[in-house]
Every structure is written in structure tokens, then in C-alpha cells.
Design a protein around this ligand. Structure first.
Ligand code: FES
Length: 164
């Protein structure tokens, strides 16, 4: 297979599990022009941005658990299927204004027994690509119980969510 079509396939891997190093001087993976997290129907968050997760450089792509059941938190391990997690990928849009800066470093700090605290420019989009919100600071639910998904509403304390 030619290199360029293969690169296109690899760049479409949402988890970042498929990556590559070019040895021919060709196109390498670059940061996206707009930081985004896509809220997957009955599934995880798919981030595309220059990511730091729990203090670690994580590259440009990662899927993070939002059902609360992953055994590999904060990353998704597919457990949402095992538990029959049901959560729309089409939450209502909220009023927001275009961000002055749409790209750049995005820090994700999983809170012990609590949400994902996100700091940096981020556009939150639905599974079909509709903009839900534009933020520079957010607390995203990862326990699976918020009544205001994808945002944390404090339900993690009520349900006794446990996570590192
Ligand atoms: S992490 Fe789910 S409500 Fe806070």
C-alpha cells in the first residue's frame, strides 16, 4: 500500500492506538486546526487536540471513558458495551461564542472520584458534528450518571463513583 493512503487511515484512528513514524520525510501527524471532543452515542469522548492527560503527553488523539466502567481509566476500554451504557451523542447545544483561539495545548486532569477537568480551547461537538459548546474550562462527566451530560452535575458524589 502506498504511504499516503495508509497515513489517512491511521489518522482516522480516534484512540491514537494507531500511530506512525515517517522515515521517508513525508507528511507527519500535525495538531488539528481546531481542538475538538466528539461525544459518542452510548460511548466515550473522542478528543482531537495536542493532549496532556493526567500530566502525560498523549499525542493528538485519545478516547476517554464517560460511562464510568473502564478498567483502564481515564481511557476507554470498550466497557460501555458490556454495561449497556446509554447516553445520547446528541446533547442539546448551549449558547456559546466563537473562541479567540481554537487550537493549542489541551490539558485534561481526571479528578479523583470525579470528572475530567479540561483546560484549554475546546469545541465540544455531537456525534454528528454539531457544536454543543465552546469552552476554555470545563468539567466533563466520566461517572456516567450526570443528568446534564456531557457536563458534570455533581452526581458522581451521590453514586459513590470511584476512580483514580
Ligand atoms: S463525573 Fe459524572 S456527574 Fe460528575
Amino acid at each position: 500500500m502506498a504511504a499516503e493512503p495508509l497515513v489517512d487511515v491511521l489518522l482516522n484512528c480516534p484512540t491514537g492506538a494507531l500511530s506512525f513514524t515517517r522515515k521517508d520525510g513525508g507528511r507527519a501527524e500535525a495538531a488539528p486546526p481546531v481542538n475538538q471532543v466528539r461525544v459518542r452515542e452510548n460511548g466515550p469522548y473522542a478528543f482531537h487536540a495536542p493532549l496532556t492527560v493526567a500530566g502525560e503527553d498523549t499525542g493528538f488523539r485519545a478516547t476517554l471513558c464517560r460511562c464510568g466502567a473502564s478498567r483502564h481509566k481515564p481511557f476507554c476500554d470498550g466497557s460501555h458495551k458490556d454495561i449497556g451504557f446509554a447516553a445520547t451523542g446528541e446533547p442539546e447545544s448551549r449558547d456559546s461564542v466563537p473562541l479567540g483561539t481554537r487550537a493549542g495545548p489541551l490539558e485534561i486532569a481526571p479528578q479523583p472520584n470525579g470528572p475530567l477537568v479540561v483546560h484549554g480551547p475546546l469545541e465540544i461537538v455531537s456525534g454528528t458534528g454539531r457544536t454543543i459548546n465552546r469552552v476554555v474550562d470545563a468539567r466533563l462527566c466520566r461517572c456516567g450518571h450526570s443528568e446534564s451530560k456531557p457536563f458534570c452535575d455533581g452526581s458522581h458524589a451521590r453514586v459513590g463513583f470511584v476512580a483514580p
